[in-house]
Design a protein around this ligand. Sequence first.
Ligand code: ATP
Ligand code: MG
Length: 378
Amino acid sequence: MRDFFSGLLRPRVEALGLEIGSANIKMVELSGTPPSLKALSIRPTPPGVMRDGSVAEPGALADTLKEMLAEMRTRKRYVVTAASNLAVITRTLQVPKMPPKQMEEAVRWEAERYIPFPIDEVVLDYAPLDPLENIPEGEQMDVVVGAARQETIASLVESLKAAGLEPLVIDVKPFAGLRTLEPRLRTPDREPITLFLEIGAESSALVLTRGERLLLNRIIQLSGKDFTAAIAKAFNLDVMAAEEAKKNYGLATIPTEDEDLLLDFDAERERFNPARMYDAIRPVLVEFTTELRRSLEFFRVQMGDLGVDQGFVAGGGSKLRSLVPLLADTLGIPLEMADPWQDIQIDKNRFDLEHLRSLSAEFAVPVGLALRGVNPLD
Ligand code: ATP
Ligand code: MG
C-alpha cells in the first residue's frame, strides 16, 4: 500500500548513466523494464579535465557533456554517475545492528580509522551486505562503506550542474559494473563465486562475490596507462603515438611462429613486431598478474581455499590483444569478456550491433550506472 501511494506521489524518474573516465567519457540512456537502449555517446576526456581522480576543469567537462547530450538527443537530465576509483575508498566494516540514524553515526565513527583524511571533510555512504531482516537487533553486521573527499564530489556535482544535469546518485564504479552481471551471479540452486575485473585507463578494480554478496573489492593502480607508458619508453614515443601502437600492435602473449608469419611485412609492422612489443609490455604484465594473484591469495587466506567459479573482464584496458586468455591461464580462472548489452533490448535498425560489441568493454560501468537509473531508486 505504501509503495502504491509513493508511486503515485513521486513519479518515477529515469536517469542517464555517465562515467567520466580518465581516458573516455561515456554516457548511455536506457529506458523501461526490461531496459532498452535509447542512446549512447563516448568521447575522449579532454586533456587536463581530470587530475588524480578529481575534476580539475569543471567548465571544460561541462562543455563536453553538453555536446554529448546534444549528440544523444535525450531530454533526460537526471544522471547516475560514479567517482573515480582513485577518489573513493571502500571498506567492509562491522557495526552492531541499530536503528538507521544511530547506525550512520556508528559507521562514521568506525570508518574514521580507515580514512586517510579528516572525517568531517568526507562524504560517506554505506550499505549492509546482508538483508537487514536476517540480522537480529544488536548483532554485528557487515557493511560496505564508500568515502570520498567533499571537494571531489563538489567539483563533480558542479560540472554536472553546469552541463544542465541533475545527479541522483554518485556510485562506486566496480559495483556499477557488477550490476550488468546480476543475472549471472546466481542460479536458483547455486551461488557461484564470481570475479569481476575492470581494467580502466588509470586504475583497475577486482571484485569477488558469492552469489550477489560482496566478498572482496580491491583497487589496483596498474591499468591501461601503464601499458602505454611501457610502450612509449621502449619505442621512444609520446603518449599519443604509444596509445596508437598499443591498440594496433599490442599483445599480451608471445605469438606463435605461425602468427608471426601471418603479418605482412611493412616498416611499421617491423618496428612494432610482436616480439619487441611483448618485450616492452612484459614487465607490466608480470606486475599486474602478481598484484591480482596477491589479492586472490589474500581472499583465499581469509575465506579458506575456495575456488573462483567464473570471471568477467571489462574496461578498455582489457582489450589488449590476448590479455584475457593470459589472465585466465595465469590465475587459473575461467574468464570471459563481460557483455553489458546482454540483458538490454536493442533495436537493430537504430544501432549497429558490431559497433556496440566493439565498445562492450568501455560500457560495462556506464551501462551499470544507467541500470541503476531505470530501476527504482533507493
Ligand atoms: P578509468 O575508469 O580508469 O578512469 P576510462 O574509463 O577512461 O578509465 P576506458 O574508457 O574503459 O577507460 O578504456 C580506456 C583504456 O583502454 C585506455 O587505457 C586505452 O589505451 C585502453 N584500450 C582501448 N582499446 C584498446 C586496445 N585495443 N588495446 C589495448 N588497450 C586498449
Ligand atoms: Mg573506467
